[in-house]
Design a protein around this ligand. Structure first.
Ligand code: ATP
Ligand code: MG
Length: 339
């Protein structure tokens, strides 16, 4: 099971705001291999949900995909007629929106909502759908007796399991899960992530997991794509991205999160400052105003992605010095004064 299921190439998504526009995603490129989990990580507002929604083409009224390709099994999702795109939703690409409560309608039982997908989208008859509902609940570890319950009758963790069951309903090839564990406590986070990984491996599906929390990525993702202010800063195997980051932003993120496994970690060091306003981003590297390693050229020249290894890309002018910068980045004082 290998090969590229999805190839996102130079994706640009803009929002119309007043008389202007903001490029919330600006030239993002990354691949998803069949049967792998790719983590899309970065601070609030960096464009993760915008990428996720662009992939399903369920975007806000003021949003537009203004450039690039999203090749899913070779077909460009950006160019598909809406009818063909709609046929792919749920069947091939399932989306779990940010906050499970959003994906579940509070006025219908969860069985009703599963049936909507199974019968309407999947063409199943009543009896077949009933069996599939039970099977899906079993897969995500919720008692099938709860099928007739309403979303508010479930705990947050159970609601998230139900949202995963809904996404799995028609055996998709790709699940895009937007912050699937963010609102949950660490123990439940681990249970849900373990289950998602188990199902993903068993069923051979691919997952794009969107999160702001690098420890979630570290826990289950095969590859990591780090976004900053609408651009991809770095991408690599999760191991390389976290153990040998080549972009200063990734180095900083690594210092800023506790370990999900509960391993003793030192003091957390935040990255001072805030991401730029996307309505008027800085002209060069968008991380330059917060980067402890900034050089003059970073303020004017956009750094192109550089191959650190064949499977590791970093959009940094100093990527070739990454080894030395990593050592400096490990010291808390490096991050104390914004450059
Ligand atoms: P979070 O971690 O908070 O969910 P995110 O990385 O998912 O953040 P997005 O929701 O993709 O970020 O937002 C990216 C940028 O686009 C932000 O600056 C946000 O304010 C802006 N944005 C998102 N939706 C709209 C919209 N409908 N109209 C205008 N701007 C928007
Ligand atoms: Mg989001």
């Amino acid at each position: 099971m290998s090969g590229i299921l999805l190839s996102v190439q130079d994706l640009t998504v803009s929002y119309r705001v007043g008389r202007g526009q903001i490029d919330a995603v600006d030239g993002a490129s990354f691949d998803v291999e069949t049967g792998s989990i790719v983590g899309l990580v970065g601070e609030s507002g960096c464009g993760k949900t915008t990428v996720a929604r662009a992939l399903t083409r369920v975007i806000a009224d003021n949003a537009r995909i203004t450039g690039g390709k999203m090749l899913f099994e070779g077909r460009d999702l950006a160019a598909l007629p809406e009818k063909e795109m709609n046929a792919l939703r749920w069947r091939d690409i399932a989306f779990i929106p940010q906050s499970a409560m959003n994906s579940l309608d509070p006025v219908y039982t969860v069985e009703y909502q599963l049936n909507e997908v199974l019968r309407r989208r999947g063409g199943m008859g009543r009896a077949q759908a009933r069996l599939r509902c039970e099977e899906l609940f079993d897969m995500v570890g919720v008692d099938a007796k709860r099928l007739r319950d309403y979303p508010h009758q479930f705990s947050g963790g159970m609601r998230q399991r139900v949202a995963i069951a809904l996404a799995l309903a028609l055996n998709p090839k790709l699940i895009i899960a937007d912050e699937p564990v963010t609102a949950l406590d660490v123990i439940v986070q681990r249970q849900i992530l373990d289950q998602l990984q188990d199902l993903q491996k068993r069923l051979g599906i691919s997952v794009i997991l969107v999160t702001h929390d690098i420890s979630v990525v570290a826990y289950i993702c095969d590859r990591t794509v780090v976004m900053y202010a609408g651009r991809v800063a770095e991408q690599a195997t999760t191991r390389d991205a976290l153990l040998q980051p080549a972009h200063p932003y990734t180095m900083g993120l690594r210092n800023a999160f506790p370990d999900l496994k509960g391993a003793a970690s030192g003091v957390l060091t935040p990255i001072e400052g805030a991401p730029p306003n996307l309505a008027s981003p800085p002209p060069g590297c968008r991380f330059a105003p917060r980067c402890p390693f900034v050089m003059d050229m970073c303020k004017s020249v956009v750094p192109p992605p550089v191959n650190v290894t064949t499977s590791h890309l970093a959009a940094c002018h100093r990527a070739d010095e990454a080894g030395a910068l990593r050592q400096i980045a490990e010291k808390a004082e490096t991050w104390m004064v914004p450059a």
